[in-house]
Design a protein around this ligand. Structure first.
Ligand SMILES: Nc1ncnc2c1ncn2[C@@H]1O[C@H](COP(=O)(O)OP(=O)(O)OP(=O)(O)O)[C@@H](O)[C@H]1O
Length: 567
């Protein structure tokens, strides 16, 4: 990502700082004239240059304020851009890439690290730019006054330029450690907040708090270590400049004694030297600070680079009506070093039919749904929609109920209509709410569908959340409906209502992951039995669970219980 954008605002900032440096350099020159006029008894000249000095001071103050305002606006714009690019990249990253990082790592990046970038990269960058201009302007003024002094000062700067290199490697390493400990701290803090109920009920406050304290202290100590190194760098740097200033004064004093320089010029030179040395010290420090943000920029660049391919895929996403989905020898593992969670899965799904995916925990049912939904596309084998060639990642827009039943912190209505391409027919809408059993809840809720559901829907019961997610998927129905354990939080009446709704579906390819093993499975056209990532059996309920074939059903239940994952 391009962190610095050369635009009109940046050019204006440089212009302001150029002007500011010129005005700053004028001040010692005016002082020189004031002193020389005073020592030579030129009263009128003294008054004139004194007024000029005040005018320069006022101009300097105004320009400093204006240029910092323009600088702040530039930093704000760049930071907005960084935050937008980062979230855009996160949202466009591949599902599996996204899952490799923990949410806390993203939070730490979005909050702490991005803030560090603002302070340590942009603000330091502007400081470096302004100080460099001031140094150049002061050196030019010095050259006009005394070339011997000027060359001594240049020699000082060249020497000073080596100091940051002595510490930068160490600071960089410590910054990396600080980033890692900040991520762990954020993870621990988030866990305390999300796990509030579990922590209280299980009376593990002490244990969790102890873990949190460890992480907080480690982050504090890493931050202190880095600050100490920076302080050491500053001390070494600062004291060496003092020695060098002394050297410059010796040369200046000698020049005055030899009549090569007036007292006013020495005062002006002294001030100008300070304009060179002070910014040079700051410059060296800021260079280290900027270098320390390199790991953060690297992290951001990796996320942005990884998301580019996914964005390409999304652009080619299809929204056509689904008639069939054919999966052939689809195998998948979540990471190169991980085990196969899906192995040679082959099946033809047809529109207008209902399928149930059943099997023990961890047998790969949700993974099948995610592959069909296009969330996962780096599988081997092929998946084709409507007999087209392999459509990796291109099947988009299914009605989807996930296991988390996630809701946005907005109104029920907005949660039902999240994508804008759902059915907007009010009759259909109301009958849907009634059929799923949300009408009673809504009639008791004064705000109705305008009720704001709270963070992740926590102001609703688990079943209410699930009903809203089901209604959302049904309203969205574009011929493909994927539901991952949609009955897990429903009461028996809710389950019956859902089954009725599914039975009424027309022209819809409906795949439901379920752990129910009762008569309700009869309404599915096919039951797909999965075990350890393999499709081991497929058929109607009666074929698999009939009285005549008790062994089939028993075998499935026994296998489920004996599965290593279930155990
Ligand atoms: N993001 C992930 N990273 C690594 N492994 C994963 C990930 N998601 C799932 N798995 C693993 O893949 C395997 C299959 O998971 P999947 O969620 O498809 O199973 P499932 O049959 O739906 O299970 P359940 O009935 O418990 O919901 C599991 O062993 C799980 O640990």
């Amino acid at each position: 990502m391009k962190y610095v954008k050369i635009d009109i605002r940046l050019i204006v900032i440089v212009g302001y700082h150029l002007f500011l440096s010129l005005v700053s350099v004028l001040f010692p020159l005016a002082l020189m004239k004031v002193t020389d006029a005073l020592t030579q008894g030129e009263w009128n000249e003294f008054q004139y240059y004194l007024m000029l000095s005040f005018a320069v001071l006022i101009a300097q103050m105004s320009l400093t304020y204006v240029s910092s305002r323009v600088g702040n606006t530039y930093v704000m714009q760049r930071m907005n851009e960084v935050r937008k690019r980062l979230m855009h990249a996160i949202l466009h990253s591949r599902y599996t890439d996204f899952k490799k990082k923990k949410n806390e790592e993203y939070l730490s990046l979005l909050l702490t690290n991005v803030q560090t970038l603002e302070n340590d990269y942009y603000s330091s960058g502007i400081t470096i730019m302004s100080k460099s201009i001031l140094i150049i302007a002061s050196i030019i003024a010095l050259l006009l006054l005394n070339s011997l002094l000027t060359f001594s000062v240049i020699a000082v700067i060249v020497l000073l330029a080596f100091f940051p290199l002595l510490f930068s490697k160490r600071i960089l390493k410590q910054k990396q450690e600080l980033i890692e400990s900040t991520e762990k701290y954020t993870a621990s803090a988030t866990e305390c907040l999300y796990g509030f109920e579990v922590i209280k009920i299980n009376a593990i406050i002490h244990k969790v708090f102890h873990k949190y304290t460890e992480k907080a202290e480690k982050m504090g100590s890493d931050s202190r270590k880095m600050d100490n190194t920076i302080s050491l760098a500053n001390v070494v740097f600062g004291s060496s400049t003092m020695v060098l200033i002394l050297l410059v004064f010796l040369i200046g004093g000698y020049s005055v004694s030899q009549g090569l320089l007036s007292i006013g010029s020495l005062i002006a030179c002294t001030q100008l030297i300070m304009y060179v040395l002070e910014p040079a010290v700051q410059l060296a420090q800021e260079v280290n600070v900027i270098r320390s943000t390199q790991p953060i920029r690297q992290q951001l660049d990796n996320i942005i680079a990884n998301s580019k391919q996914e964005a390409e895929l999304e652009r080619s996403a299809t929204h056509e009506q689904v008639h069939s989905i054919r999966m052939k020898n689809v195998s998948y593992r979540y990471g190169v070093e991980q085990r196969m969670v899906l192995q040679d899965f082959s099946f033809d799904f047809q529109a207008g039919k209902r399928y149930a995916l059943i099997g023990p925990n961890g047998s790969g049912k949700s993974t099948v749904l995610k592959i069909i939904a296009g969330l996962i596309d780096d599988y081997s084998g092929s998946l084709s929609m409507n007999n087209a060639p392999d459509t990796k990642g291109k099947i988009a827009n299914p009605g989807y109920v996930d296991q988390q039943n996630f809701l946005f912190n907005s109104s029920i209505y907005e949660n039902l209509y999240i994508s804008g391409d759902e059915h907007h027919d009010p009759v259909f809408f109301l009958s849907m709410l009634e059929q799923i059993g949300l009408d009673t809840y809504l009639s008791n809720q004064a705000e109705g569908t305008d009720f704001i559901v709270g963070e992740a829907g926590q102001l609703l019961s688990g079943g209410e959340r699930q009903k809203i997610c089901i209604a959302r998927a049904l309203l969205k129905n574009k011929g493909l409906l994927l539901m991952d354990e949609p009955q897990s939080a429903l009461d028996p009446e809710g389950v019956d209502r859902l089954m009725d709704l599914l039975e009424q579906l027309e022209n819809t390819l409906c795949i439901v992951v379920t752990h129910k093993q009762d008569e309700s499975l009869r309404m599915f056209d096919q039951l797909l039995v999965m075990e350890e990532g393999r499709l081991v059996k497929a058929g109607r309920y009666d074929d698999l669970f009939s009285e005549d074939e008790p062994k089939e059903a028993e075998l499935f239940v026994i296998n489920s219980l004996n599965s290593p994952i279930a155990r």
